[in-house]
Design a protein around this ligand. Sequence first.
Ligand code: ZN
Length: 411
Amino acid sequence: MQISYLECTRCGERLSPDHPQSVCPKDGGVLFVRYDLASLKGKLRVDDLRGRVASMWRYAEVLPDAAPVTLGEGFTPMLPSREFASVYIKDEGLNPTGSFKARGMSAAVTMARHYGLKKLAAPSAGNAGGALAAYAAAAEIEAHIFMPKDVPLANRMECDYYGAHLTLVDGLISDCGRMVAERKDKEGWFDVSTLKEPFRVEGKKTMGYEVAEQLGWKLPDAIIYPTGGGVGMIGMWKAFEEMEELGWIGSGVPGSAGQGSKRPKMISVQAAGCAPIVRACEAGKSASEMWADASTFAAGLRVPKAYGDYLILDIIKKSGGTAVSATDEEILLATRHWANVEGVFAAPEGAASLVAYQKLRASRFLRAEDVVVLFNTGSAYKYLDVLEAQEKRARTATPATRQIGGIIGPY
Ligand SMILES: [Zn+2]
């Protein structure tokens, strides 16, 4: 659909979508893409989606009006859990390049090509870089990617094979981001860092549309989302708002029309070794602090401070959600457990959702009858070297470090 304008999420400033934009020039706020949804209301109905392409581009009317750069991303399976009757696993591991990052990069590269951009750059904890490399290859655009040097092997290799320019950095994603920022003007790169361009959110919001569509246009009671940069959660919340405007779901106001009128509790799960959102949430703060010495084998969760932290924390609060952390040991056990019990070989970040679910059931934050969607954000096939190393570490760990807190279930 034709974009009406880009809107700053901090000050409400409106910017033109006619040329590439980054963040709000006044306050650095994240920009959201706004459409004239009111004109679509009543004209576009959920039944119109039947028989459409099984990718995120089935929601074309709520995505930018440009020729998509697509590799078949989105419309991933919503698997009923075999272990918990009211739980679903949304398996993003089946996306091109094996993670949910494909959605954001499909949208971002689509718009980059639309704007005629020739060189894109991004820092990445791993999977975003791989996704950017793939979509840039498909669009014949140059990709310059900066990753920590200890990312999973798959991430390095895919960037190489897709023909991206890869720089491995002795540091974290925050250091990579600084390097992109320092060099982009001189090199003529457009920065597609998380939330520093408006379209990755647009791609990722389609997860919210899919959750609703795949559950029969009823929203679940809660969604557990592994949070690094947090765009998945931010995107889904935007989708719920848009679907309310379209009249596809209820407005959330008691007594209003529509089904499933309550938005889900949005629950963020992070690694115990890098949990800035959990810490800020527990302290009731509206922004997070940079996490010192971030460390976890779940590479995608190693984000010491998310650019959109204020949005994530606001969503958690407004939705009545919470934030939970999972230790590497818990994540490793959950990865094996999910593979074993569900047949889902999840990325460690995704398996952290299971740890969060177990902890929140134990604390009675969630009840057995609550419909909960756990997001597996990627495929374990991209983490084979990392998983093997982590298994070895776990086997040689002393019994004292093998204490597992808060985990229920047969391990
Ligand atoms: Zn602003």
